[in-house]
Design a protein around this ligand. Structure first.
Ligand code: NAI
Ligand SMILES: CN(C=O)/C=C(\CC(=O)O)C(=O)O
Length: 491
């Protein structure tokens, strides 16, 4: 079978790669494409192009309004090409087509949102406490941005970086994950078609230890926007010791979903399924810890077991499929090891815990529920990034809250109750960047997103994200005609 060949997009052109690697279709386990493995020299060319463009007359002459229009155009192109990009993402990552189509069509709204904001983030004029001075604060683009993303939801996770970065007037080098990079390399064609000047957006893929390391430590990079795992985040922070780049980190989670006895249990069960089995659990916000009130535990687990066992597992390109494979064999082995260890240490398997017999090829893993009853079990502590739900029970609201916060992570959470006061108390007291009440896994370009603790640093989405791609310049203008008084004291 002929493999489809992809290229890096550097300085406005698609390169002939010097090194390549094969990309595997997770639903078959067979290679289907060759991807460029960006070398350190490729990274240098991309960063130099971004830096040159940032300081070019062409970029400087693009007003914020004009940049905004380019972003809106890019959003429109993403929507128009959502079907094609979705097929590529599904092929390269195994994420089901139902989800990739819908998610990518919505990604268009992220570019439109930041396009609209491009000429609305303003500097300020200060009511300065000195009569002979006039002080304004300019907000200037921070510089060249290195955006580094993982393999799940790559178009989405790129949009929350590229959108505010370009709106702020930065130029960007975006590194797609070495796992499933096809949709981002195809997205580069749309950047080109939208009319962004050569060098303003560069997109490449390669491995973390050389391409990622060089990019995030490059002396011409001023800003790193990273999404990925906590151990990679530590490596990135060490890399940025070289360039002192301002860095934001969107990391993993072990998000609790708290179901009280007074909840609408049908709705809660659907939300729990959405939280842990959608995207085969490969979501940073996966609701991987179910905390359920003791009095309804048996009934609720029974509902979940039936729903989990009814999930249609299959070809991710089939619109009827509800759960596809995991993205990589490495991911599946990690999950299998943690599940085996958790069962050996006393966890009770409610359902799943194995590769589905009817899918011997590809990296499939069955929807799995483990009744924990011990919050020290590895499946309760570790982020699995897979379709594995751990269940713990509580008797009181205080106990539910303590369990919810019993994790070094703090990305997302869900609370299911019909008691408004209880919902507000839980929303106030849960240590997480997002609390969903009577819903789960809802996102919007308008809403900031990010974690507490080991789940990261900084926020993406929403108005304030643009600010993180700017830095302030304070301009002091003396407006007195009198000569400067005593030169030996601070003004
Ligand atoms: N908070 C959020 O918004 C999200 C967080 N994630 C997290 O991402 C993780 C899963 O994705 P993976 O691809 O396995 O993550 P990963 O951390 O292994 O890789 C992420 C990216 O970092 C690059 N990288 C690896 N080593 C590097 C280095 N030394 N220097 C620079 N770059 C390097 C990789 O090539 C890839 O592009 C999970 O922990 C998940 O929770 C995933 C999606 C969203
Ligand atoms: C990051 N996110 C919300 O802002 C949710 C995602 C993206 C991801 O995990 O990659 C999701 O649930 O898929």
């Amino acid at each position: 079978m002929t493999l489809v060949a992809f290229s890096n997009f550097i300085d406005g052109a698609f390169d002939t790669p010097t090194a390549t690697f094969e990309s595997i279709d997770p639903s078959t386990g067979a290679p289907w494409a060759t991807m460029p493995a960006a070398t350190e020299a490729d990274v240098d060319r991309a960063v130099e192009a971004a830096h040159r463009t940032l300081h070019s007359a062409a970029w400087a002459s693009l007003t914020a309004t004009a940049r905004g229009k380019l972003l809106v155009r890019l959003g429109d192109l993403v929507v128009a090409n959502a079907g094609r990009l979705a097929e590529l993402e599904t092929r390269d990552t195994g994420k089901i087509i139902r989800e990739t189509r819908a998610q990518i069509a919505y990604v268009g709204d992220y570019y439109r949102y930041y396009g609209g904001l491009a000429d609305k983030h303003e500097g300020s004029h200060l009511p300065i406490d000195k009569a002979d001075m006039d002080v304004t604060i300019r907000r200037e683009p921070i510089g060249v941005v290195a955006a580094v993303v993982p393999w799940n939801s790559q178009l989405f996770l790129s949009a929350v970086k590229l959108g505010p970065a370009l709106a702020a007037g930065c130029t960007v080098v975006l590194k797609a994950s070495e796992d499933g990079p096809a949709p981002l390399l195809a997205f580069a064609e749309l950047v080109h078609e939208a009319g962004f000047p050569a060098g303003s957006v560069n997109i490449l893929t390669g491995f973390g230890h050389d391409c990622g390391r060089r990019l995030t430590s490059h002396p011409l990079v001023s800003r790193v926007a990273f999404t990925g795992g906590p151990s990679t985040a530590r490596a990135i922070v060490r890399n940025t010791a070289e360039n002192l780049a301002y860095t934001t980190l969107e990391l993993g989670g072990k998000s609790p979903v708290v179901v009280f006895a007074d909840a609408d249990l049908d709705s809660a069960a659907n939300a729990v399924v959405a939280g842990i089995f959608a995207a085969s659990g490969q979501s940073c916000v996966a609701g991987s810890r179910l905390l359920v009130e003791h009095s309804i535990k048996a009934e609720f687990l029974d509902r979940l077991k039936h729903k989990a066992e009814a999930i249609k597992i299959g070809d991710p390109q089939d619109p009827a499929t509800e759960m596809g494979p995991l993205a990589t064999p490495r991911q599946r082995e990690w999950i299998e090891n943690i599940v085996a260890e958790s069962l050996a240490k006393g966890g009770t398997l409610v359902t799943g815990g194995k590769r589905p017999d009817e899918h011997p090829h590809g990296f499939y893993y069955a929807p799995t529920i483990i009744d924990g009853e011990d919050s020290a079990l590895p499946c309760v502590r570790e982020e699995l990034f897979g379709p594995v739900l751990s269940v713990l029970a509580f008797d009181t609201e205080a106990e539910a809250l303590a369990l919810a916060n019993d994790t070094p992570f703090g990305l997302a959470s869900g609370v299911f109750t019909t008691n408004l006061a209880k919902a507000h108390r839980m929303a106030r007291d849960i240590h997480a960047g997002v609390v969903w009440v009577n819903t789960y896994r809802a996102v919007s370009p308008l809403v900031p997103f990010g974690g507490y603790g080991q789940s990261g640093l900084g926020r993406e989405g929403g108005l304030d994200a643009i600010r993180d791609y700017t830095r302030s310049k304070s301009v002091w203008i003396r407006i007195s005609d009198e000569p400067i008084p005593d030169p030996f004291v601070m003004r």
